[in-house]
Design a protein around this ligand. Structure first.
Ligand SMILES: Cc1ncc(COP(=O)(O)O)c(C=O)c1O
Length: 413
């Protein structure tokens, strides 16, 4: 499917045909890829964009006056504009390319947060964060004497908003909350979270790593101070991520890493910093990654985010019913607002064994703690099995998973 040619209706078979890897087999069976929360597969448009950059343009950006360098710079900056539009940021100065979401969170923790934190101050996260949205704040707290506060979740896996509100105190310097849990599928009320925090003068970082490929994420509507996303979950390549930051914050923040591209001038006595967004992009960036991400976002928009979301909702409902019908299966994460994740445990069977048995049928699911050990602790389990959905998945793939899970039951009966 070409960018800009949005189909009137969501054409699942056409979408599937755009993803070359979906035609391969695994263990002699058709691949049923249900590990999308870990990373999504790439449409041909993304693979072609990367290949044509390397075959036709390859040059460093922002440096040469020669034609290739200008073309590379134009393509890289066009990708930034694409990201700006996708997240509805006000300006490309607010869009920083990073390696991934993790780097974006670390950037904010090291620059914005550490400069503000002093002993006794507080940072708020939630009980359903990915390790990438826990550990950078732990490090920042350890370095400054600040304390990490954790907003609890209920038995469905929903953030308890009143508790979050209660944790916001005059000592709170920043809150960093996920838009969607990778372990539970919970979608959080980000606008309300930001409204509550701002009412107490607390800036908010939103981790949109999961949300960004399932639903419209609009930084102006959310009014967050920072937001991170990661290219490889957005059907784009690995090695490229995005940090959005309000311009006023980014202006005030010191650089994160030093080196080429982020400087304006260098002497041995003193260096000065480049303007936004380059101040935060030290060294040669992932040019091909940005170009691949551009193609990925074009692809999502051409397919239609709303149509993708509707299709995934159908799959989630279907998959939930299917799992509930299997003896001994318990779904972990039953939030009222939930997207594209089916985390579950099966009585008497370790998730690892589930993953191994269903893999024989060509079904790729995730088993383990999903980089969210505190979530597992909250539910009193060591791990779950997780099927996670993307635009190209089908009900038939879920049927195969269901049959494979019946086999697991029989093996362990
Ligand atoms: C909610 C969430 N946050 C952060 C991350 C980290 O993403 P990355 O490893 O690409 O930085 C992930 C990845 O699984 C995630 O699901």
């Amino acid at each position: 499917m070409m960018a800009g040619t949005a189909p009137a209706v969501f054409d699942l078979q056409r979408v599937r045909a755009d993803f070359p890897i979906l035609s391969r087999t695994v263990n002699g069976r058709p691949l049923r890829y249900l590990d999308n929360a870990a990373t999504t597969q790439k449409p041909r448009a993304v693979l072609d964009a990367i290949a044509s950059y390397y075959t036709g343009i390859n040059a460093n950006v922002h440096r040469g006056v020669h034609e290739l360098s200008q073309q590379a710079t134009d393509a890289y900056e066009a990708a930034r504009e694409r990201v700006r539009a996708y997240f509805n940021a006000g300006s490309v100065r607010e869009v920083i390319f990073t390696r991934n979401a993790t780097e974006g969170i670390n950037l904010v923790a090291y620059t914005f947060a550490r400069a503000r934190l002093k002993p006794g101050d507080e940072v708020i996260i939630s009980a359903m964060e990915h390790h990438s949205n826990i550990v950078p704040w732990q490090l920042a707290c350890e370095a400054t004497g600040a304390h990490l506060r954790v907003a609890p979740i209920d038995d469905r896996g929903e953030l308890i908003l009143e508790e979050f509100d209660r944790l916001l105190t005059p000592s709170t310097r920043i809150a960093s909350i996920t838009h969607m849990s990778n372990a539970l599928g919970t979608v959080t009320p980000v606008r309300e979270i930001v409204r509550l925090a701002h009412a107490k003068g607390v800036p908010v970082l939103i981790d949109a790593s999961q949300a960004a490929y399932h639903m419209r994420v609009d930084v102006k509507a959310i009014d967050c101070d920072f937001l991170v996303a990661t290219g490889h979950k957005l059907y784009g390549p690995t090695g490229i991520g995005v940090l959005y930051g309000k311009e006023a914050h980014l202006q005030d923040m010191p650089p994160f890493m030093g080196g080429g591209d982020m400087i304006s001038s260098v002497t041995f006595e003193r260096s000065t910093w480049n303007v936004l967004p380059y101040k935060f992009e030290a060294g040669t960036p992932d040019i091909a990654g940005a170009i691949g991400l551009h193609a990925a976002l074009d692809y999502i928009e051409a397919t239609g985010l709303e149509a993708i979301a509707a299709h995934e909702r159908d799959l989630l409902t279907y998959g939930t019913g299917l799992l509930q019908a299997i003896d001994g299966v318990r779904i972990i994460g039953t939030a009222r607002d939930k997207a594209s994740i089916l985390s579950f445990v099966m009585e008497g069977v370790h998730p690892h064994d589930i993953g191994t048995i269903v893999d024989r049928e060509g079904v790729a699911i995730r088993t383990g703690h999903h980089c969210a050990q505190p979530v597992m602790a909250r539910f009193g389990i060591p791990a779950t099995a997780r099927a996670s959905l993307a635009m190209y998945n089908t009900r038939e793939e879920l049927d195969v998973l269901g049959r494979a899970l019946q086999q697991v039951r029989e093996v362990f009966a």
